[in-house]
Write a protein that binds this ligand. Structure first.
Ligand code: AP5
Length: 218
């Protein structure tokens, strides 16, 4: 089964997907993480993706769909997968459906609903580990020691696309496509909505309940 976790930039997809994957043993596949790994490796795909990511725009579908298809073909994605950051427009929804139509693998979506007004503070206050990628927030999820990752002790950094001007571009460029994706899953009877504002642990509990309702439990 594939569980698609939908949400605006900063809605908490990564935070919640990481916890749900740990609780259920599912693979957590995040397109943003895949792009950042390609950029760090200096690959051609990474160089091409970086120009779009730095501008707060979606990377073209032909690049994104090819990359995610290769990732989903890996053995750890053969059973249960949490998709974080994909699909992000109607064409990507269709590509995902087409990829699994023959196998009959179920696809269910959960929309993490967060008021747009609080997304900017979540994104600009985010700090990520330069080594293991774990995400923190200067106010809502601070590390025990400022600037140091709780999990591995490496330095925390600010993602380049969390600069205020890029955050503004991401929100301006990407929210209408998200609306279309949400509507697509709603109209095909595959959508649940989970309130994404509040304590991280409380959202985690709501998300786990919604996931269990579609057979995605521990
Ligand atoms: P991606 O990395 O996927 O970025 P995003 O979707 O914009 O999402 P984020 O990772 O910024 O936020 P999140 O929802 O995971 O929130 P998080 O849990 O970290 O993509 C980056 C770029 O790659 C895109 O802009 C695009 O260019 C490209 N791309 C990716 N996928 C693509 C695709 N399919 N097609 C084309 N292009 C694609 O939380 C955010 C912060 O809030 C953290 O600091 C966290 O600690 C804090 N927080 C979380 N929950 C709470 C809470 N309940 N209360 C308070 N703070 C909280």
């Amino acid at each position: 089964m594939i569980l698609v976790l939908l949400g605006a930039p900063g809605a908490g997809k990564g935070t919640q997907a990481e916890a749900l994957a740990a609780a259920t043993g599912a693979a957590h596949v995040a397109t943003g993480d895949l792009f950042r790994a390609e950029i760090a490796a200096g690959s051609e795909l990474g160089r091409s993706a970086a120009s779009y990511i730095d501008a707060g725009r979606l990377v073209p579908d032909e690049v994104t769909v090819g990359m995610i298809s290769a990732r989903l073909a890996q053995p750890d994605a053969a059973s249960r997968v949490i998709l974080d950051g994909f699909p992000r427009n109607t064409a990507q929804v269709a590509a995902l459906d087409a990829a699994f139509a023959a196998s009959g693998r179920a696809i269910s979506a959960i929309f993490l609903k967060v008021d747009v007004g609080i997304l900017t503070a979540r994104l600009t206050g985010r700090r990520v580990c330069s080594s293991c990628g774990r995400s923190f927030h200067v106010e809502s999820r601070p590390p025990a020691v400022a600037g140091v990752c709780d999990a591995c002790g490496a330095a925390l950094i600010t993602r380049r696309d969390d600069a205020p001007e890029t955050v503004a571009a991401r929100l301006a460029n990407q929210l209408s496509a998200l609306d279309e994706v949400v509507e697509n899953y709603r109209s095909s009877g595959r959508l649940q909505v989970v309130e994404g504002v509040g304590e991280i642990a409380a959202i985690q509990a709501r998300l786990a309940t919604a996931a269990r309702a579609v057979g995605f439990g521990s």
